[in-house]
Design a protein around this ligand. Structure first.
Ligand SMILES: Nc1ncnc2c1ncn2[C@@H]1O[C@H](COP(=O)(O)OP(=O)(O)OP(=O)(O)O)[C@@H](O)[C@H]1O
Length: 704
């Protein structure tokens, strides 16, 4: 029988199974809809038992219908033929037939683990593993791996060249894809790592760390939905460009309950995208900044009144600067938080005025409470309090640090003169250009130091309370919907996540670890990263300390990924040569795919750089089907974007720092020597930029 006929026959076999699954799915959807209708009919009967039954029916039916709709496309993607003769189909969700026989096993279920973990050396009872691709309920392609040839029955067919390579050769889109059909064994082990403690996944560029982290979030939600959907999963990435890139993966796995944030958007109401030069980021990210900020939050508000004068029954009551400063120091002693002790500060001022009034022997002086009431009523006194001890927002205090004379005072003896000058220079543009990503961790620290004003607790709104005090008896489905809405509506400063995923963790500074740590006090963690790709130039010991403090003493599970699935072997060879300049002995992943196309490395006269960049970008857009990234040194981003004009949605211009974690089919790298020239982290940043392309890489270096 020819190969073509075998392939057609095998596709037809899978199509029959797929037809059966989709027919069953249609049936399940119909019965879910019927159950929902029946549930509402029962409700009209009106007795309590019927209402409880309605609750359960409507809940399960609605939940089922939602899942069935979400997982329709590409539902079945794998098949295992076991030595026992049993056949298992693996898919995005578990489906049973009318007689409770298994038609599809959920990819996250223990029975599906062999699909990812079996190898020819350790077949785990699997004879043939088959990957099935389909589109709109039609099987389009199948790829087999024969894992245990000796146990294969003679009639067993094996088709295709391996699913992984076929998948890796597909064009890159704007968003990352889920890899659920082709997860590799070492990745699967990390995905299924225990839910408690800290899972640490490391590996070089393109080894699937991000993919693993996101699939792990989906796995955890499957394995213990009550815990992880209830508390929530927070995923933190380095930049907003990156968060947009990965945002579609979890919904494609049927999981919408995770919260994605970039490091610049973790603080409520802020979304910073500007980056600092590495030497400035190292100062802003250092733990020493905490001591600088502690001094700032204890200082007097700029331009606030330096004395209080009040005329009381013909006598002048007066608190001078030294006295006001002493009250402030006393009130803020022992770690009191400024926004939380406003009331205590006001009481101390009133007490000081009272003491003075008594010393002055003012005639007909009332009792202390009446005296204080009289003073509090005076508008000039209220104005004074508002100006002297206002409710402070972290942004106000960061503004104080941007004043050179204040910064010198706060940072003296903590930061060096050169470091203070770096910060002064960086914050000169704070008002004009806004916050940088590194500033956001400082805001979060200031928020923790300032505290929240004491408010009377508002009664919680009952989502089932209707107008006029009528309380509708709700169904569990209503409650579930409300719970989902609550997850979406978690307060912006929500901190009690059940799990925190940190991607590109090598670039998280000590102050950023503190910020993330505040959101994961109750959490288990997944931390993925590659030390060789870091742009951090600060103290490595301080970094390790801050990270350990955030992660706590939980048990650690470590995984190392060793295969680069992104770059062609030709492209990764260029990146590898770059990182070996500074880390000659670094063990690197193996790139599995060769395209036979060598990267293009060109030098061009500086005046020709704009035209050469535009020409290279156009050429790559014509050569590849997917996206093209133009990666620039940080200061050149806008200039280069200007050279390119509008070349369409497939092209993106990013800085070498924004390129972290990103992937494009073609990359034009502008002025690599300028990126390398940074003495702190230049080579490592260039290594990141060189390892972003799947198929084509052109580097353009200006000379002269
Ligand atoms: N098992 C797999 N099957 C198919 N594609 C995969 C697999 N593992 C990884 N990939 C693909 O390889 C590319 C790189 O993956 P990913 O971005 O997760 O790597 P990374 O380790 O986070 O990289 P970097 O550190 O360079 O940012 C992505 O396109 C991803 O979809």
């Amino acid at each position: 029988m020819s190969d073509q006929t075998t392939l057609e026959r095998e596709i037809a076999v899978e199509q029959r199974h797929l037809d059966r699954v989709y027919a069953r799915l249609a049936e399940l959807r119909r019965s879910a809809a019927d159950a929902e209708r029946e549930g509402y009919r029962l409700a009209r009967v009106g007795n309590f038992g019927a209402l409880v039954e309605r609750d359960a029916m409507v809940f399960h039916a609605a939940q089922r219908r939602h899942v069935l709709d979400a997982e329709h496309e590409g539902l079945v993607f794998g098949r295992l033929d076991l030595r026992t003769g049993q056949v298992l189909h693996v898919g995005r969700l578990g489906v049973r037939g009318e007689n409770a026989e298994t038609l599809v096993v959920d990819w996250r279920a223990p029975a599906a683990a062999a699909f990812y973990q079996a190898t020819p050396a350790e077949p785990q009872g699997v004879v043939r593993r088959r990957t099935i691709q389909s589109s709109a309920e039609k099987v389009t392609r199948i790829e087999d791996d024969l894992l245990d040839p000796e146990s294969a029955p003679p009639e067993m067919a094996v088709v295709g060249d391996g699913a992984l390579l076929a998948t890796l050769s597909r064009a890159t889109g704007h968003g990352m894809r889920d890899i659920v059909a082709t997860i590799q064994r070492e990745q699967d082990e990390a995905i299924r790592s225990p839910g408690n403690g800290v899972t640490i996944v490391s590996g070089g560029p393109g080894t699937g760390k991000t993919a693993v982290a996101l699939h792990r979030a989906a796995y955890l939600l499957y394995s213990d939905r009550a815990r992880y959907a209830g508390g929530g999963i927070l995923v933190v990435g380095p930049s907003s460009v990156f968060v947009q890139y990965i945002a579609s993966v979890l919904p494609s796995l049927g999981e919408e309950t995770a919260t994605l944030h970039s490091l610049g958007s973790l603080f409520p109401g802020v979304s910073a995208t500007r980056t600092d030069p590495p030497e400035v980021a190292a100062v802003k990210g250092s733990l020493r900044m905490r001591r600088v900020l502690e001094r700032a939050v204890r200082d007097a508000v700029p331009d606030s009144p330096t004395e209080l004068r009040l005329l009381y029954r013909g006598e002048l009551l007066r608190l001078e600067r030294a006295e006001l400063d002493a009250i402030r120091d006393r009130t803020l002693s022992r770690g009191a938080r400024r926004n939380e002790v406003r009331r205590a500060a006001f009481d101390a001022v009133l007490a000081a005025l009272w003491a003075q009034a008594r010393t002055l022997r003012i005639g007909r002086l009332p009792e202390q409470p009446a005296f204080e009431d009289e003073i509090i009523e005076r508008p000039e006194f209220r104005e004074f309090l508002k100006a002297w001890w206002p409710r402070l927002h972290p942004r106000h205090v960061l503004g104080w640090l941007a004043r050179p004379e204040r910064l010198r005072r706060y940072a003296g003896g903590i930061l060096s003169g050169a470091e203070i000058r770096l910060l002064t220079g960086a914050w000169r543009s704070l008002d004009g250009e806004g916050l940088t990503i590194a500033d956001v961790a400082l805001l979060d620290e200031l928020d923790a130091l300032l505290g929240q004003p004491v408010r009377r607790a508002k009664p919680k709104r009952d989502p089932f309370q209707l107008a006029g005090g009528v309380r509708e008896l709700s169904t569990a489905a209503d409650r579930q919907r409300a719970a989902r809405a609550a997850a979406r509506e978690r307060p912006e400063d929500y901190r009690d996540y059940a799990h925190v995923v940190v991607d590109e963790s090598q670039d998280v500074s000590p102050m950023q670890w503190r910020m993330i740590g505040r959101r994961g006090r109750l959490a288990s963690w997944t931390v993925v990263g590659d030390p060789a790709q870091t742009a951090w130039t600060g103290d490595p010991q301080e970094l390790a300390r801050a990270r350990d403090q955030a992660l706590g003493r939980r048990r650690r599970y470590r995984y190392e990924l060793t295969t680069n699935y992104r770059n062609s072997a030709e492209i990764f060879a260029v990146a590898a040569a770059e990182i070996h300049r500074v880390h000659p002995d670094l063990a690197l992943p193996t790139a599995v795919r060769s395209t036979g196309v060598a990267p293009v490395e060109r030098t061009v006269p500086v005046t020709d750089l704009p035209a050469a960049t535009a020409a290279a970008a156009r050429a790559l857009l014509a050569e590849v089907e997917g996206t093209v990234g133009v990666i620039t040194p940080v200061p050149r981003r806008d200039e280069v974007a200007g050279w390119l004009g509008d070349l369409g949605a497939r092209l993106q211009v990013v800085t070498s720092l924004q390129a972290k974690g990103m992937e494009y089919d073609g990359v034009v790298l502008v002025a690599p020597s300028e990126i390398r020239a940074d003495p702190g982290s230049g080579v490592r940043t260039l290594y990141v930029a060189l390892s972003r392309a799947t198929q084509r890489l052109t580097t353009l270096d200006p000379v002269g």
